[in-house]
Design a protein around this ligand. Structure first.
Ligand code: KG4
Ligand code: ZN
Length: 343
């Protein structure tokens, strides 16, 4: 397998335009992320057409900023990489075409990357992680338990049957009139709320490692509405805030316990002592703390979580993934970039 020592990668699958330069698949020389959160917050969610246009505006600026940060020139790169899917098609095209153009200009290879493989690879950054391990992938679009057998071979052993965890966070926040994206907002509120204030249901599903979050989302919204109505129309803002904190804490507690229990059971059943968490929701403090406590109490297990900057969408993880899976062939790239499905 060729080793492309210095990889410049682009990520534009959703609403962040990111460019990074990574050495030997692990050492981050530059990581630039241009967020579109403000643009989409006014609509309460990502507007695909607006996202694509914004990527076009930002990509060259982010590219130059990454080169400046690393103190490198395009000619110093050994390969260029970009996320090819899954994601918003108009957005993906911006990163992919930029990466392919840079490859043509410099005569260096272009490597296509699967966004979900990239999230898994985020834990290789600035760390000594090596397969085999179990990855709990929790993002705005996906919730999966993935057995990473080797750098190239991954097997999905569990997934959500309906909403992704990040999606449930965003929807519950929206129903509580909180801003987008809801995950970080609820996480912050949860820290000072009572996790036992609301008894919320944990879904029972058939598959031992599958999840379901849509029932929890609806139950949380109903419980909040009911409690908010009881407060009455003239409630003081401090009272409403206290209610939001308690609901955030109760929702987060239920989500974290569900994810934690299934992940540990899955790791044990597959004889895996290394657990990683990846994807936007891996930034969640409640989730990180729950797993950190577990490994402290069970030293036979090891835990890897990405640095905060590499949890939500970024391009450093794309470079890390391209390093371990350097796919240059057009047809393989096309197949590779599709959503991961269970074998
Ligand atoms: O990985 P990501 O940036 O994009 C996707 O690939 O989907 O994940 C974004 C998701 C959003 O739903 C966002 O609300 C959630 O990650 N998120 C969080 C936190 N930070 C981001 N959810 C819970 N707690 C957080 N601290
Ligand atoms: Zn993502």
């Amino acid at each position: 397998m060729p080793a492309y020592r210095k990889i410049l990668a682009l990520e534009s699958s959703c609403d962040d335009t990111a460019v990074a330069i990574v050495e030997d698949g692990r050492r981050v020389l530059a990581s630039v992320i241009t967020s579109q959160t403000e643009l989409h917050a006014q609509f309460g969610g990502v507007v695909p057409e607006a996202a694509a246009r914004e990527h076009i505006e930002s990509v060259n600026v982010a590219l130059q900023a990454a080169l400046d940060q690393a103190g490198c020139a395009l000619e110093d790169m050994d390969a260029f990489a970009a996320t090819l899917g899954p994601g918003l098609i108009g957005s993906l095209l911006v990163g992919a075409n930029t990466g392919k153009t840079l490859s043509l200009i410099t005569g260096k290879p272009f490597l296509g990357v699967n966004h979900l493989y990239a999230h898994v690879a985020s834990n290789y950054l600035e760390s000594d992680l090596a397969p085999p391990f179990l990855c709990l992938l929790v993002s705005g679009g996906h919730t999966q338990l993935i057995v990473v057998e080797s750098y190239e071979t991954m097997r999905i052993v569990g997934s959500t049957l309906d909403d992704a965890v990040g999606e449930a966070y965003d929807k519950v926040a929206r129903l509580m009139a909180l801003p987008y994206p809801g995950g970080p907002v609820l996480d912050r509120l949860a820290a000072s709320g009572n996790p036992k204030a609301f008894a919320l249901p944990k879904a029972t599903v058939d598959g031992p490692y599958d999840f379901s979050f849509s029932g929890l989302k609806t139950a949380s919204a109903r419980a909040f509405e009911k409690a908010r109505t009881l407060l009455g129309p003239d409630a003081e803002s401090a009272q409403v805030e206290a209610l939001q904190r308690d609901m955030a804490a109760s929702f987060q507690h239920t989500v974290v316990e569900t994810l934690f229990e299934k992940t540990v059971r899955c790791a044990q059943a597959h004889n895996l002592s290394t657990i990683t968490i990846a994807g936007g929701v891996s930034a969640n403090r409640g989730l990180r703390q729950r797993f950190e406590r577990f490994v402290q109490e069970n030293p036979a297990f090891r835990l890897y979580v990405p640095q905060m900057a590499f949890c939500t969408d970024n391009a450093a993880m794309v470079a890390a993934s391209a390093y371990v899976n350097p796919i240059t062939d057009d047809i393989r790239q096309e197949v590779f970039s599709r959503s991961l499905t269970r074998p």
